[in-house]
Write a protein that binds this ligand. Structure first.
Ligand code: ATP
Ligand code: MG
Length: 418
């Protein structure tokens, strides 16, 4: 993208009530716009990061054999009443409204019940199962507090997957495979070393559910971490009994702040029984459908990544999710601009995403924005480099640039990140 032609604005004005580092940085660097507390719009660069995270998640979910779909945001009251979860005392984050004729509707905060209802219309026999589906959807939740920037929104993007199984064993097998897929996702977005499988309080038939917690001071949760085993327990289940059951030792655990970036949950046959969702097994018997559900907070993940990777100059995106790989700066006359245009075309044609800062502003402003936006490589073309046929390149966290000819430049950009 050419900055002179696209909507892209860094800003020095941060809303006064904004406390979280992720929100301050992302607003300043032009990734998000704050509509109100806990409600953020994603600007062009922010949307690119979201799409990059989604693509990583999508590949892993497809690898599990799940199919992508999109459920509705408006939800029917009677569907949620079947399990008692329409009740505001059971679910304290509902946004609700009414149709003109008085019919009550809810705004989707999760989708277990609507999906069970939907699947019951299509699944009749053991031959129709197992099946799993997922979506990326904006969830609406009337959260009490929203002080963590995009890490806790009243409107936020979630990937939610639902698996429908014939037996507990079949569910368990999918559950275990999903654990691994989730760890792959966190690794690919750059949070591998900081993210831990965490035991949390359980589902309908199981003692535990599992969370994926990323260690960060900005997190709202406390976990007890065994770094060697790569496991943690959350506050709900932290007790002598649970620790001995899991083979964990109090002396070996570290208490740390963390943010829940994913949650997987085993409902067993409870929802099938409550909602009357049954299938006919091989011997002709009616059996309840087993449900498990799997969430990843896509927008929270973006916030946690921002919190992990920044310095005094701005963001530092891992290259897998950066909105562009190269921030191209031209400083000078027509010859410089010609060389910069050429490089922009070469890079773009070879599939490298480039932010081309062709604006008519001071060089200092371009350098500052390149750092603030956190793009992995900064390439500068000035009258000196243009004369030598060289390009000046610097990794976002490198101290000083080097001058390279075009081939070496291209090699460096497609090589490992600095
Ligand atoms: P939390 O304890 O943080 O409120 P939760 O248990 O309500 O999370 P789930 O309902 O399991 O979360 O949602 C799945 C995932 O969606 C969470 O693991 C988290 O990453 C993300 N998430 C939940 N609530 C929010 C929110 N208000 N804003 C942003 N992401 C969220
Ligand atoms: Mg919650």
């Amino acid at each position: 993208m050419r900055l002179s032609q696209t909507f892209n604005k860094t800003t020095k004005t941060i809303p006064g009530d904004e406390q979280a580092a992720n929100a301050k940085l992302l607003i300043q660097a032009g990734y998000i716009y704050k509509e109100m507390a806990g409600v953020y719009a994603y600007l062009p660069l922010g949307l690119k990061v979201i799409e990059n995270i989604k693509q990583i998640v999508r590949e892993e979910m497809n690898g599990l054999g799940a199919s992508e779909l999109l459920m509705t945001s408006l939800q029917a009251k009677d569907v949620w009443e079947l399990t008692g979860r329409w009740d505001d005392d059971k679910v304290d984050v509902w946004f609700k409204s009414q149709l003109k004729n008085g019919t009550e509707v809810g705004f989707g905060w999760s989708h277990e019940e609507p999906l069970m209802m939907m699947i019951s219309k299509y699944v009749k026999s053991y031959r129709d199962l197992p099946v799993s589906v997922y979506q990326f959807q904006t969830k609406l939740r009337n959260e009490l507090r929203a002080k963590s920037g995009i890490m806790r929104g009243r409107e936020f993007l979630m990937k939610d997957m639902y698996a429908f199984s014939r037996t507990q064993a079949e569910l368990d097998e999918f559950y275990e495979r999903t654990k691994q897929a989730y760890l792959n996702v966190y690794k690919k977005v750059g949070l591998g070393p900081y993210t831990y499988l965490t035991f949390a309080s359980g589902g309908a038939f199981t003692q535990f559910s599992h969370e994926f917690q990323t260690v960060t001071d900005s997190g709202e949760d406390t976990i007890y971490l065994d770094q060697n085993k790569g496991l943690a327990v959350n506050e709900e289940v932290y007790s002598d009994e649970v620790l001995s059951q899991l083979g964990l030792k109090k002396e070996e655990l570290k208490e740390v702040r963390a943010s829940e970036v994913g949650n997987i949950f085993n409902f067993g046959s409870a929802k099938g029984e409550q909602m009357d969702v049954y299938f006919t097994d091989e011997s002709g018997q009616r059996k309840p459908v087993f449900l498990s559900s799997y969430g990843i907070g896509v927008s929270r993940l973006m916030g946690v990544i921002a919190e992990h990777f920044y310095d005094e100059k701005g963001l530092i995106w891992p290259k897998e999710i950066a909105p562009a790989q190269v921030y191209l700066i031209s400083i000078g006359d027509d010859a410089v601009i010609k060389q910069a245009d050429e490089l922009y075309n070469v890079l773009t044609e070879s599939g490298v995403a480039v932010i081309y800062d062709d604006r008519d502003v001071r060089p200092g402003e371009k350098f500052a924005d390149a750092d603030l936006m956190g793009i992995p490589w900064r390439v500068v073309i000035n009258s000196e480099t243009a004369t030598n046929g060289k390009y000046e390149i610097k990794g976002r966290t490198e101290a000083s640039p080097v001058n390279l000819a075009k081939d070496s430049l291209l090699e460096k950009i497609s090589g490992p990140e600095k």
